[in-house]
Design a protein around this ligand. Structure first.
Ligand code: ADP
Ligand code: MG
Length: 258
C-alpha cells in the first residue's frame, strides 16, 4: 500500500521546569487518519508534550512539524488556523454563555478575529448570510453530538460529560484536520464516554480526521487507537499496536510502579 502522509511529528522535544525535566528527548509521529494514543502513568510528561505540540508551551529544544511545516513555538491560534486544534476547557472560558453561543463564537475565539471567517463557508457573502451559515453549521454540530436539546442552557450548568461534548464540538467548529484531546473522558459517565468514543470513530472513518488522544486509562486507549505511544519519566518507553503494548513488560512495570 502507499505510505500515508505524516501530518504531525515531534523530534527530540525537551522541556524543563526549573530542575525538573518534564519532557526529555521525545520523538514520535502521528499518521493521517489514525487515532494515536499517548499514554503513561501520572507525571510521565503527557500533558507537557501535548502543550508543546499545541503551542501553549515552548520547548527548550526540539521541533514540532505539522503537514511538513515547522510550527515549533507558534501560537495556539496560528496552529489552529493550520488545521491542528486542541480542546479548551469550558470551565475556564465561557460558563455564562449558552451552549449555542459557545459554538457560534468558537471559530472567532480559536482562530482569532482576522482568520475565523476563513472557516465559514460563505466567506465572501454578507455578514447576515455568514451569520445564517454559521448558525446552520452550529445546529449540525449540536445534532451530531446530540446536545441540541440543551442548546439554550448555560455552559456552566452542564454535567461533566456534556461539557466534554461541548468542548469537542467547539474545537470542531474550526474544521480541523487533526484534533488534540487531553483526557477527553476524565470524569465522564460510561454512557457519555461511549458517545464521545463513537463520535471520534465516526469523525475518523467518515471525515478522515486524525486524533492524538492523551489518556491515562489504558483500556480506553487499547480499544480505540491504532497506534500507541507510551511515555514514562519524560521519555518514550514503548510504541506500537495496542496488542503489543498491552503485553509489553516495561509498560506493565511503569504502570504498576505508580
Ligand atoms: P502527565 O500529564 O503525564 O501526568 P505532566 O506533563 O503534567 O505529566 O508532568 C510531567 C512532570 O512535569 C511532572 O513531574 C510535573 O510535576 C512537572 N510539571 C508539569 N508542569 C509543570 C509546571 N508548570 N511547573 C513545574 N513542573 C511541572
Ligand atoms: Mg496530564
Amino acid at each position: 500500500s502507499t505510505p500515508r502522509t505524516v501530518p504531525l511529528s515531534v523530534d527530540n522535544l525537551r522541556k524543563t521546569f526549573g530542575g525538573i525535566t518534564a519532557v526529555d528527548g521525545v520523538s514520535f509521529t502521528v499518521e493521517s487518519g489514525t487515532v494515536t494514543g499517548l499514554i503513561g502513568p501520572n507525571g510521565a510528561g503527557k500533558s507537557t508534550t501535548f502543550n508543546l505540540i499545541a503551542g501553549a508551551l515552548e520547548p527548550n529544544s526540539g521541533t514540532v512539524t505539522f503537514n511538513g511545516e515547522d510550527i515549533t513555538g507558534r501560537r495556539p491560534d496560528e496552529i489552529a488556523n493550520k488545521g491542528m486544534v486542541r480542546t479548551f476547557q469550558i470551565a475556564r472560558e465561557l460558563p455564562e454563555m449558552t451552549v449555542l453561543e459557545n459554538l457560534m463564537l468558537a471559530p472567532k475565539h480559536q482562530l482569532g478575529e482576522d482568520l475565523w471567517r476563513s472557516v465559514v463557508p460563505g466567506a465572501r457573502s454578507t455578514v447576515v448570510e455568514q451569520e445564517a451559515e454559521l448558525r446552520e453549521r452550529v445546529w449540525e454540530m449540536l445534532e451530531f453530538f446530540e446536545i441540541d436539546h440543551i442548546a439554550e442552557q448555560e455552559a456552566g450548568t452542564l454535567s461533566g460529560g456534556q461539557r466534554k461534548l461541548l468542548e469537542m464540538a467547539r474545537a470542531l467548529m474550526t474544521d480541523p484536520d487533526l484534533l488534540l484531546l487531553d483526557e477527553p473522558m476524565a470524569g465522564v459517565n460510561p454512557t457519555l464516554e461511549e458517545k464521545i468514543l463513537d463520535r471520534i470513530h465516526d469523525l475518523r472513518v467518515n471525515e478522515g480526521l486524525t486524533f492524538l488522544l492523551v489518556e491515562h486509562d489504558m483500556d480506553v486507549i487499547m480499544e480505540n487507537c491504532e497506534h500507541v505511544i507510551v511515555m514514562h519519566q519524560g521519555k518514550v518507553l514503548a510504541e506500537g499496536e495496542p496488542e503489543a503494548i498491552k503485553n509489553n513488560d516495561q509498560v506493565i512495570d511503569a504502570y504498576l510502579g505508580e
